[in-house]
Design a protein around this ligand. Structure first.
Ligand code: ADP
Length: 159
């Protein structure tokens, strides 16, 4: 039976840290679906369509990865699609509390869920979408931190 996992996130925008988690996750699972969350409550820099298109562009060469929008509760999506595995990335200690809370809450709502954590690689441990947005908003060069199509998109979004 195919092992299918989802990797949910905001991806505002997708970074090389996310890419590292995706590439490593794609070697563990037969199919990995990246779920780009709509995030009504968050003021994102990029719209859901833009975030989705950047993730698609960045992952188009990875065969067993596909991309979808998450516009409902994660557990509802998982139940509906009969998926049990959730992939998340862990950077410094600061990620731990939030990730632990999410994983425990999700397994309370849907006990069959297994959340799998991939530890950040050393070079991405301090890389986040918010740092990338900040650097880019002041005209800084983010080409070492994000996939090419994201760097190009960010240039169009500078104030
Ligand atoms: P969310 O708003 O759900 O936290 P993000 O897009 O910020 O969405 O992150 C999605 C997941 O990717 C989270 O599990 C986050 O910890 C992880 N992640 C983000 N950046 C990195 C990185 N540099 N290295 C490893 N994991 C990361």
């Amino acid at each position: 039976m195919n092992k299918i996992a989802v990797y949910p996130g905001t991806f505002d925008p997708i970074t090389n840290g996310h890419m590292d988690v995706i590439k490593r996750g794609a070697e563990i699972f037969d199919v990995l679906t990246i779920l780009v969350a709509v995030r009504k409550e968050k003021n994102t820099l990029f719209s859901i369509e833009e975030r989705l298109n950047m993730v698609k562009c960045a992952t188009k060469e990875i065969k067993n990865v596909n991309v979808a929008v998450l516009d409902t509760l994660l557990v509802h999506y998982l139940k509906e699609h009969d998926i049990r595995f959730v992939l998340r990335g862990l950077r410094a200690v600061s990620d731990f509390d939030y990730e632990f809370q999410m994983a425990l809450t999700n397994s309370e709502l849907y006990p069959e869920i297994e959340t799998i954590f991939i530890m950040s690689s050393r070079q991405y441990i301090f890389l986040s979408s918010s740092i990338v947005r900040e650097i880019s908003s002041y005209g800084g060069n983010v080409s070492n931190f994000v996939p090419k199509c994201v760097a190009e998109k960010l240039k169009t979004r500078r104030k």
